[in-house]
Write a protein that binds this ligand. Structure first.
Ligand SMILES: Nc1ncnc2c1ncn2[C@@H]1O[C@H](COP(=O)(O)OP(=O)(O)OP(=O)(O)O)[C@@H](O)[C@H]1O
Length: 576
């Protein structure tokens, strides 16, 4: 027995700090070198004992092995090499289960799918695999006719889960195909018309998004002859529905305000008691409380969907703890799905921050971009409808096809603007937060955040209007001193999505929580978009002012030719 062995025996059970371990290790090395020297001298081969740290490593690897094998236990615990030799051969069934689990883990890793929940089915890599869930060949054919060749990652995992009737909370990047992910299982589930009244409800935060989902639903549900309805005017809905006439519909797509208005009539003009699936699209937005959110309305809708077999699914590109907490508490056997990193910007969007100095600097920067050559279609975000109108009045002189969309415009005007933009008649569309979420304009090349987004979440959604369905896009965000409160969080989103951000921006100090909250809730007061600069002579300025005044008299955003109507009291739209 050498000095080291003696020390080990004497110190059995004692705990050592790192420094002590190092010194023991050192002394052990010294001792073993003595042993080795002696061994060489005696020409006896001595197998070196594992060092303390090696022993620790070994322990660790065995623990890891135990964890990976899950419920399996090894006889005798951690016993080193001897026990390894004795270890029983794995039962072929257990071995197959382990290999299968490993395969699924690799598959999810490949598609950046993270799931939390029990008994989660395998992601499907081809729509044809959905036949195993009873999806009809016609529906699969329909998907192919819509040019959906293979499922996107969120579709791979969410569709089989919903087909099994599981409640889900899904978070997947903007433009990654969430709409099909919830429409397809619902359409399959409802099979065909039943005349039982609404059996599925999809709630969206804006009319534009509801309309878009409605169109997509019509496209897919066509082969099952399901009756899909969207509430566009509450007044007509009151006459149209009545408890009897709403029987003929199967799927309802709506904004929360409209639906709540109908539910709150005495007696209610719509019944949701047969609803089997409730989908909340842009769930984090609908869960927001206060003036801009819909939490209260959502509560009314939940209460109205009172069937025993009701199932709920929540989808968004962004995740907030409020929604997750609610879902965990209220949804039985919930499965959470996340694709990629939570709250990350879409990968195919090239992002740029541009310091423009002042409000006037924004207009100069915008005109510079036009000079350099903008490739339409372009979406320009401003913080209020007043500023949208102001910017519009400036840009109509610049010889580009520009229009605006905001909550003050009539539904018809809004529809016409959206259609004209989709068809390429409008090159630059000025919009408010109203268009920030969910809207799928194919091929938007550039998003300009003329006014800084109120939160990082809003930033992710706004710039997600480009870089959709595998196409690349670009986003430029103007900023001034007034925006420094929220700058840091957006810089971090950019950095996390791999964009080059100057070091000084990354090192920005965190602004205080109250200031951030205030910035998020109330847009900062800004100078007017156009102010007479010193270098413009006052007579020129007066001419411009007169021109702008005339535009006020004509029609703001005359892309549609429709007069602007005052909002009726009955209208349920939100002012954005
Ligand atoms: N499997 C698919 N293959 C190809 N394109 C698809 C597929 N699924 C959906 N798309 C297309 O991808 C685009 C974006 O889909 P969708 O609007 O559902 O995105 P999203 O994830 O809901 O985005 P957002 O978070 O912005 O609302 C749409 O144009 C849609 O037609």
């Amino acid at each position: 027995m050498d000095a080291y062995d003696l020390f080990k025996k004497l110190s059995y059970g004692a705990k050592f700090t790192r420094r002590k371990l190092d010194s023991i290790q050192k002394s052990k090395q010294e001792t073993s070198s003595v042993v080795n020297v002696n061994a060489v001298k005696e020409e006896v081969s001595v197998k070196p004992e594992p060092s303390i740290s090696n022993h620790e490593d070994m322990k660790k690897s065995e623990v890891t092995e135990l964890t990976l094998l899950g419920s399996m236990t090894t006889e005798g615990g951690i016993l080193g090499n001897k026990s390894k030799k004795k270890k029983k051969k794995l039962d072929p069934e257990v071995k197959a289960a382990i290999l299968e689990q490993e395969r699924l883990t690799q598959l999810r890793k490949k598609h950046r799918i993270t799931v939390v929940g029990k008994d989660v089915p395998e992601p499907v890599e081809a729509f044809e695999q959905l036949k195993d869930y009873g999806i009809s060949p016609e529906l699969i054919q329909r998907l192919h006719e819509c040019n959906y060749a293979v499922p996107t990652p969120i579709q791979m995992q969410a569709i089989p889960l919903m087909l099994q009737g599981r409640q889900i909370l899904a978070c997947a990047p903007t433009g990654s195909g969430k709409t099909v992910a919830f429409l397809l299982p619902i359409i399959h589930h409802l099979k065909g018309p039943r005349r039982k009244g609404f059996r599925a409800v999809i709630v969206s935060p804006t009319r534009e998004l509801a309309k878009q989902t409605y169109r997509e639903c019509l496209r897919l549900a066509d082969c099952y002859k399901l009756k899909v309805h969207i509430i566009s005017k509450v007044a007509t809905a009151i006459n149209k529905f009545g408890p009897d006439s709403s029987q003929k519909f199967d799927i309802l797509i709506t904004t929360p305000n409209r639906l709540v208005y109908l539910l709150n009539q005495d007696p209610p003009v719509i019944s949701l008691s047969n609803v089997e699936w409730l989908v909340v699209d842009e769930s984090d937005k609908l869960f927001e409380a206060g003036e801009r959110g819909f939490r209260d309305q959502l509560a009314v809708i939940y209460q109205a969907c009172n069937a025993d077999n009701i199932r709920r699914a929540m989808f968004s590109a962004t995740y907030t703890p409020v929604v997750a907490k609610w879902a965990r508490k209220n949804l039985k056997k919930l499965v959470s799905i996340t694709i990629g990193h939570r709250n990350a910007a879409a990968e195919l969007v090239e992002q740029e921050l541009l310091f423009v100095g002042s409000e006037q600097g924004k207009l100069v920067a915008f005109r510079n971009l036009i000079k350099q050559g903008l490739t339409p279609p372009v979406l320009v975000f401003v913080q209020t409808k007043e500023r949208a109108k102001e910017l519009f009045k400036e840009l109509i002189y610049d010889g580009i096809n520009v229009d605006i969309i905001h909550a003050d415009r009539t539904q018809m005007q809004r529809d016409n603007v959206v259609r004209s933009f989709r068809e390429g008649f409008i090159w630059v569309l000025i919009c408010t937060e109203l268009m920030g979420r969910g809207i799928d304009f194919k091929g938007v090349n550039l998003v300009i955040n003329y006014d800084f987004p109120p939160t990082a979440i809003s930033y992710v959604h706004r710039i997600g209007r480009t870089g959709r369905a595998g196409r690349p896009g670009k986003a430029i965000t103007f900023f001034t001193e007034d925006d420094k409160v929220c700058l840091r969080s957006i810089v971090h989103v950019m950095r996390d999505s791999g964009c080059d951000v100057p070091e000084y921006l990354i090192k920005l100090k965190k602004s205080n929580k109250k200031a951030r909250k205030q910035f998020a809730e109330r847009a900062p007061k800004r100078d007017p978009i156009f102010k007479q600069p010193n270098f413009i002579k006052s007579d020129q300025f007066e001419t411009r002012k007169r021109q702008r005044k005339n535009w006020n008299k004509v029609e703001v955003g005359n892309g549609t030719g429709e007069p602007v109507k005052k909002k009726t009291k009955q209208s349920c739209s939100k002012d954005v």
